[in-house]
Design a protein around this ligand. Sequence first.
Ligand code: TXA
Ligand code: MG
Length: 318
Amino acid sequence: MITNDVDKAIAVLQNDDVVAIPTETVYGLAANAYSEAAVKKIFDLKQRPLYNPLIVHIQSIEFLQSVATDIPDDAIKLARAFWPGPLTLILKKKNNIPDIVTAGKNTVAVRVPNHPLTLELLRRLDFPLAAPSANPFGSISPTTAQHVHNYFNEEVKVILDGGPCEMGIESTIIGFENDVPILYRYGSIAREAIEQVIHNLTVITKSEQSPVAPGMLLSHYAPKKTTYLVDNVEDFIHNSNAKKIAALVFKNPLINAAIVQQEVLSPTGNLQEASKNLYSALHRLDSSDADIIVVERMPQSGLGESINDRLQRASIKH
Ligand code: TXA
Ligand code: MG
């Protein structure tokens, strides 16, 4: 059921079951982070491999101590600067977090989401919520309640509807190695914004074997249709023999007989707007009757870096 009734979500969560929750980034599939049985249901629903750990959502920075320990100064700085908001910190975990949440690692991923309904929910619960994005493993993340419903139907009993997600792509993930900050996943906070708060940030997002963060998997966030990421969509179409093309462009619409459906992410060229619209546009293009999806690469700065990261993982290499 799609609802905005927080009471219904609380009842399901207290019963060790799963609800979908809105956040400012994407919708999550949430369960009691302290309950192994409840968290197991998330993995089953998503068909997510157990080696892929989940993010623990807490209501405020004050609750950080209840899930993590040995917190580096830079982590506190970042939390103060960006929470509530789309920043996930990887920290040494406390023993109360079951192994299933962290895939047996001694670290836990934590964030305070910035959405009024989910913050209300968290304040009224006496446990934090473990939640990955609310999509089957590897597919496009949901940014509306309807996207979640399209994936899971009534298998998810309560989908808390908080409207379309404001940011539109997942949180930026920062961890620490010997207290040195590392960006593991590009996300809704641009790298430059992180670097205004802390220095000597290292970026490690490419590894494919045994990824630290499986959002790092090279193929992820993917539409069902074959998707190409290109610098110039018209040149690509010119050299392609595909008859029906779905096109995703940044700001300027194209006129071409082969394009059967087109999405313009931001007519004014605003990367924040583009990020907000990205997954909805991909969902629509993926359900069009085109043969392939062709996507224009975004400018590689600010949030463009994060959007391009997702587009690279959504597309095939060619
Ligand atoms: O914006 C978001 O982060 C959304 C909303 C729902 O909060 N959540 C999300 O979760 O994107 P998910 O599961 O799709 O991505 C979480 C990422 C995964 O790549 C996972 O591997 C990584 O976080 N992760 C979780 N715990 C980790 C840990 N202890 N060490 C390294 N990576 C971790
Ligand atoms: Mg995900």
